[in-house]
Ligand binder design. Structure first.
Ligand code: HPA
Length: 274
């Protein structure tokens, strides 16, 4: 992937709505695409109409880019993301983040569906991501050539998630009367879910929630200097002693139940961005 390719895609988006400029980007996770309904959409661009853009293969991801207004601010929303387990390379998974950056996005909001390992969590709870473990991913999205426009070769990860947004998010959740959970998200390759032994191991390592996305995009966003906020929806409980068979429909139902709260949280945070 080169800077020219990124530029061709971002130009194609820019040309659809030349006067539009957004500093806020959103990436919506599995079963969490409904947040997009709250966006006053000015322009909708299917991924397949864009040069170089990967095409989403997961049915629950609708695969389009929305340009519009949310919480009084201009936003660009990726409704549908790319996962490593779909067969994409880590560069492909994170390509949209580089395109968002090229379009002028400075604040990135990410949601995902995740399994809960912290015993205090319940199904459909939200967990603000405070830190992450990327070590189970097959490779870094930054592996390979690193042109100067990509950012530093060895980007810092001492605080990938913006502390001010984390603190504002806790306040918003409390004001909604919801538990203000925060914790460590670990990303695995998938697509199979984890065994009891794997959940036990992940918990021993400090994981509060486990999923198959988000971290690659966050790493690239941080390399590019973006502010990042990410939130997991706990769609299933992964306690080894009481583990039940996970059903994809139940995961989607749990995501749907939490979605109105996640939407309020994102809108509340976006309203506070100056
Ligand atoms: N593991 C990995 N990814 C997930 C899970 C899980 O238990 N739940 C939702 N996404």
């Amino acid at each position: 992937m080169t800077s020219e390719i990124i530029r061709e895609t971002s130009d194609a988006i820019h040309n659809q709505l030349p006067d539009f400029k957004a500093e806020i980007g959103l990436i919506l996770g599995t079963g969490l695409g409904q947040l997009a309904q709250e966006i006053e959409v000015l322009c909708e661009i299917p991924y397949q109409s864009l040069p170089h853009f990967p095409i989403s293969t997961v049915e629950t991801h609708s695969g389009k880019l929305l340009l519009g207004t949310l919480g009084g601010k201009s936003v660009i929303c990726l409704q549908g993301r790319f996962h490593y387990y779909e067969g994409y390379s880590m560069q492909e998974v994170t390509f949209p983040v580089r395109v968002l950056h090229s379009l002028g996005v400075k604040h990135l909001f990410v949601s995902n569906a995740a399994g809960g390992l912290n015993p205090e969590f319940n199904i459909s709870d939200l967990m603000i991501i405070e830190d992450h473990i990327a070590l189970f991913l097959p490779e870094s999205p930054l592996r390979g050539k690193n042109p100067a426009s990509f950012g530093p070769r060895f980007p810092d990860m001492s605080q990938p998630y913006n502390l001010q947004l984390i603190s504002q998010a806790k306040d918003i959740l409390k004001a909604m009367g919801l538990p203000a959970h925060s914790g460590i998200y670990t990303s695995v390759q998938g697509p199979q879910l984890e065994t009891k032994a794997e959940y036990r191991l992940l918990r021993q390592l400090g994981t509060d929630a486990v999923g198959m996305s988000t971290i690659p995009e966050v790493i690239v966003a941080r390399q590019l200097g973006m502010n990042v906020f990410a939130c997991s929806v706990i769609t299933d409980l992964c306690f080894p002693e009481t583990l039940k068979e996970a059903k994809f429909e139940e995961i989607l139902a749990a995501a749907a139940q939490a979605e109105p709260y996640l939407t309020k949280l994102f809108i509340g945070l976006i309203q506070q961005i100056s």
